[in-house]
Design a protein around this ligand. Structure first.
Ligand code: NAG
Ligand code: NAG
Ligand code: NAG
Ligand code: NAG
Ligand code: NAG
Ligand code: NAG
Length: 342
């Protein structure tokens, strides 16, 4: 109690000398700021300002505010000579009073010219709420404009991205088509260059007993197959069948035991004679032989064989042979059979 009284006394003494210090105009005023503010958390508020004070630094007291609901709010917010009170929605309408606490030294100064340590302002709640709403709406409109701009930009970038993706898709498809067409060109070349698949060669000797021709125009069938790479010579038919288009070489050798018989024979492709040969035996020499041979360009699956052309001749079985081989295959193309038989 005594300390409190001492403080009060000190204050009175100080007030006598420095009373022009705390308030610039000798009296307090409350004004309502005409701007609405938004804090960092997005809350909107109106500001009541109580002043003007001349303190450069923060005053030695906190401001007491009496709000319409009769509550007392202690506020320490101070800026540019004013204590401020923030009113946020819903704003309470009525009488707001700011008051310098009675135990403050400064209160004594202001008491000198009547009760100047407090000031009031009537806040119209409808007007205040409208101000807040208008400010919020203005901010929303601004946000809306920004969002609209961003939306336009996004739509434009989406459109250009869509175009880009479509173009990319088109180009990828074109590349794939061109690649697959190149592959279809390259694949047969790989097969062509794979000589493993193109070993076509055969050699057969000896006539089959049952087919040894005694009458003419009979296909000679050889029984003793020594080589048959590619398996194109068939002993039961006597045919060599081409596995793919290309250029082939063939040779046939045979003759007759009987010196009085001319052994005529031919190399035939699909009914067409490609080489003809015969033994002409003027003397009395047994077992004369002759050879017929040829190089032909053949298609796929064509038959090549030896045909006996003379009648009633016993052909010389041991001296009979039939050979052939592929010189080189045709270059593959889009209409060639693929894959080629091995
Ligand atoms: C507002 O309240 C203060 C303090 O209670 C009082 O002095 C003042 O007369 C009131 N003003 C109005 C307009 O009601
Ligand atoms: C982006 O563009 C595509 C193609 O025009 C459309 O289908 C899609 O809806 C758009 N997306 C947006 C978010 O606008
Ligand atoms: C080469 O041809 C042989 C016989 O047709 C086949 O087995 C082999 O896979 C081929 N190699 C390549 C690399 O195509
Ligand atoms: C084929 O004929 C020869 C000579 O005439 C004979 O020795 C051989 O036994 C015959 N072979 C067959 C399977 O008839
Ligand atoms: C040989 O030809 C006969 C008669 O056409 C046929 O039945 C047989 O399958 C052929 N053999 C081969 C290995 O192609
Ligand atoms: C392609 O091959 C086929 C069959 O071998 C042949 O008939 C045709 O003429 C060839 N085409 C070209 C352009 O070489």
């Amino acid at each position: 109690m005594t300390t409190s009284l001492t403080v009060q006394l000190l204050c009175l003494i100080l007030a006598a000398f420095f009373c022009d210090l705390p308030a610039t105009h000798g009296a307090l005023h409350v004004i309502q700021s005409d701007v609405v503010m938004q804090d960092q958390d997005g809350h909107w508020s109106l500001e009541l300002r109580c002043g003007n004070f001349a303190f450069l630094d923060y005053p030695a007291f906190d401001m007491e505010w009496q709000v319409p609901s009769e509550r007392t709010v202690i506020e320490s917010r101070y800026k540019n000579g004013h204590f401020t009170l923030r009113l946020s929605a819903p704003v309470e309408g009525g009488n707001y009073t700011c008051r310098i606490p009675t135990n403050s030294c400064d209160a004594h100064c202001l008491q000198e010219n009547g009760d100047l340590r407090q000031a009031s302002l009537h806040v119209d709640d409808v007007e205040a709420r409208l101000m807040l709403l208008e400010a919020q709406q203005a901010a929303l409109e601004q946000d809306h404009d920004v969002i609209k701009d961003e939306h336009t930009q996004l739509r434009e970038s989406n459109a250009s991205l869509t175009t880009y993706v479509l173009d990319l898709e088109k180009r990828t498809k074109a590349t794939l088509v061109s690649l697959s067409s190149r592959v279809s060109v390259i694949e047969p070349v790989i097969v062509l260059n794979n000589l493993t698949g193109h070993h076509i060669a055969f050699h057969a000797t000896h006539l089959k007993n049952d087919t040894t021709p005694h009458s003419g125009h009979i296909t000679m069938k050889l029984s003793n197959v020594l080589t048959n790479q590619g398996g194109c010579y068939n002993t039961s038919t006597g045919f060599f069948m081409t596995p793919f288009p290309g250029t082939y070489f063939f040779a046939a050798t045979t003759g007759s035991y009987d010196p009085n018989r001319n052994a005529d024979f031919a190399l035939i492709v699909e009914g067409i004679i490609i080489a003809y040969s015969t033994t002409r035996n003027p003397g009395n020499v047994e077992g004369q032989v002759a050879t017929a041979h040829g190089i032909v360009h053949l298609k796929h699956s064509q038959k090549v064989f030896i045909r006996a052309m003379s009648q009633n001749v016993d052909f010389f079985s041991e001296a009979t042979s039939f050979s052939g081989f592929l010189l080189y295959p045709d270059p593959p193309n889009s209409t060639a059979i693929f894959p080629w038989p091995g």
